[in-house]
Design a protein around this ligand. Structure first.
Ligand code: SAH
Ligand code: MG
Length: 199
């Protein structure tokens, strides 16, 4: 397991795969343990690095993870197998904005870590699958320190992406249904929970 994780970290560097920072995944693993989280939905598997670590947090943790890129999906499947986690991790090969999950599914944790420009869409779509005590965690909320600094960037893809993350932060801060805490850990994490418990 340890060796597999190291190999994934190496693969990520060599192939430019943006896997989560160590401090951030450590925070999430601790959160899974302390909140006795069982069912986890991840949007954006890449090669399975964060899915495997989340699934290994506790004996009960089960992960469904969604990836739309075929090369990464295959690599993710391979890594899940290598780690012997086929029973704990279900990898879905699809665009998360097109996928139709069965309506009765509920998750204790939804981890949003896919296309950064679409965070609000992911949040709005998947909040319906969040359990009453559930949490939505989003990664890369600082985006290399650019978030909050978009005015200083020249027009282009980076600027428009950063502006979208900024508008997601605003969406979270002003959300009538969710309370959100922002953590200056790794590339920035947000942790959102229902304001009022739903039944
Ligand atoms: N969670 C991973 C890193 C994910 S990188 C880890 O920390 O180990 C983001 C991934 O999201 C990329 O592999 C990209 O292909 C995928 N992605 C982006 N938009 C997506 C979408 N709409 N549906 C599914 N996957 C998406
Ligand atoms: Mg990330």
């Amino acid at each position: 397991m340890k060796q597999n994780i190291l190999e994934m970290e190496q693969y990520a560097i060599e192939n430019n795969v943006p896997i989560i920072e160590k401090k951030s995944i450590a925070f999430i693993m601790k959160y899974i343990k302390s909140h006795e989280i069982k069912n986890i939905l991840e949007i954006g598997s890449a090669i399975g690095y964060s899915a495997i670590l989340m699934a290994s947090s506790t004996q009960e943790a089960q992960v469904t993870t969604i990836e739309r890129d075929d090369v990464r999906y295959m690599e993710c499947l391979k890594n899940v197998k290598k780690c012997g986690m086929e029973k704990k991790i279900n990898v879905v090969f699809q665009d998360a904005l097109e996928l139709n999950l069965s309506e009765d599914l509920k998750y204790d944790l939804i981890f949003i870590d896919a296309a950064k420009g679409q965070y609000t869409k992911f949040f709005e779509k998947y909040k319906h699958f969040l359990s009453p005590n559930g949490t939505i965690i989003t990664d890369n909320i600082k985006f290399h320190g650019y978030v909050g600094e978009s005015a200083k960037l020249d027009k282009g893809n980076l600027k428009s992406l950063v502006e979208k993350i900024e508008s997601y932060v605003e969406f979270l801060k002003t959300n009538p249904e969710f309370d959100t805490k922002f953590y200056d850990i790794g590339d920035g994490l947000s942790v959102s929970t229902w304001k009022e418990k739903k039944n």
